[in-house]
Write a protein that binds this ligand. Sequence first.
Ligand code: LRH
Ligand code: MN
Ligand code: MN
Length: 426
Amino acid sequence: MKLSLDKISDHNSKLKLSHQDEWDFLSNKLSKEGVDVDELIQKIKDFQIAVPSWALGAGGTRFGRFGIGGEPRNLEEKLADIGLLKDLTRKTDSVSLHIPWDIPSDYSAIKSLASELGISFDAMNSNTFQDNGGSETYKLGSLGNSKKAVRDQAVAHNIEVVEIGKKLGSKGLTVWLADGSNFPGQSSLRSALQWTQESLTEIYKAMPDDWKMLLEYKPYEPNFYHTIIPDWGTSSLLCKSLGDRAKVLVDLGHHLPNTNIEQIVATLMYQDMLAGFHFNDSKYGDDDLTTGSIKPYQLFLIFCELISGSEDGAQAWESISWMIDASHNTKDPLEDLMQALEMISISFAKALLVDRRKLTTCQIEGDVVGAQECLQEAFQRDVRPLVREARIQNGGAADPIMLYRSLAVRKNLISERGAESRSTGL
Ligand code: LRH
Ligand code: MN
Ligand code: MN
C-alpha cells in the first residue's frame, strides 16, 4: 500500500488551525528566550532513526503469539511498511536487516525498490542465536564456542552477512551474541572470552575499511548464569582490541534494573566508543517495549549526555547510529513504531532546550538545586508543537497515527496480505 501525498496535505490542512495556534505560542516564547528556532527545527528534521525489519510484525512471547494481520510476508513488504512510516513521520529513512531472515532473492530489485521508496540499508545484523541450517549447532554458543568448527561456522556466517550488506550499500555490522552458559562450571569463562575475541578479530578483518562493527552487550537471556559479553565494559575491551572501527552498541533493554544508562553513554562518548543505540523501553529486563513508554526521563537524560558529548567534542554526532529495537505483542507494530519515533523526537527536542551554559555554571558553583531546575525546565516543557512543526515542514503528517487510522491502513494491509500473514523473524 502506498500513501498518496494528497492524503497528507488534506490531513494537514484540517489540523492547520489548531497546530498553528500552538506552534505560534511556543515559537514566540522560545524566540524571546533567545533560542534560534530555525536551527532547532533543522536539528529535529535531520534526526532520522532506522527501523529494524523484525519490528514490523507481532513478535509474541515464548508463551504464544497473537498475529496482528497484514504483517509483511517478505522483504519487499517490509520495505513497503517502512516506506509508509517514512511518508507519515519523516523520521525514518533506513532499514536494518537481520540475516538469514532477510536474505534478498533479487538484489537489484530490492535495491531499486529501496531507492524508489527513499530507504537506505542501515547496519546488518548477523544471527548465531538460532541454528540456520549449518552442520554445526549453536546450542552451546557460536563465536565463543569451545569447538573450533562451530566458531569457524559462526565467523563464516558473519562474513557472509558483510558480503550481503556490501551488495546493498550498508556500512555496518551489528553483532549480538547469545553465547554464555546456564550453569556454573559449564564453560571456561576466560577461554570463552578469548575465543570470542579471536572470532571477532577474523570478522573485523573481513570488513571493508569504511564499515563499522557495532558490538552489543546484554547481561542475561537466553543464558542465565553467564553471558560472554554481559556489559559495556566487556564490549569496550573487545572493541579496543579489534580497532577503531569497532564500537559499543547500547540497547536500552540490555541492563540490570536501575543501571545508570546515561552514565554509560557519557563514559563511552568520553572514549569515542559509542557505536549507537537500540531504542526501546523496559520495566524489568529486555522487555522491548515502546521507547519512552516506561522511563521517559531516562531517555531525556540520555539525550542530554549525547548532546553535551557531541557539542563538547568528545564524539561526533554523525558517528552515532540510531535504531529502534522493539517487539510488539499487543499493539499494531506500525502504530507502535510511530509512537516510538515520536517519543525519541520529543526527548531529543527537550534535551536540545536545556540551557547548557546555565547548567555548567550551576555545576561549577555547586548549585545542586539550580542544576536540577535547569533539567526540569526543559523536561517539563510541552515540545509536541515543535516536533509536529518539524514533521510538517519535512512533508510528514501533522498527526501520523490519526491519519494512519483514518485511512484504515491496517485494514487495507489485511485485505492485501491476509489476516494470518507472518514474516520470518522473532
Ligand atoms: C537481542 C537483540 C539483538 C538482536 C535483536 C533481535 O536481545 O536486542 O539486537 O539482534 O534482539
Ligand atoms: Mn538489540
Ligand atoms: Mn534485546
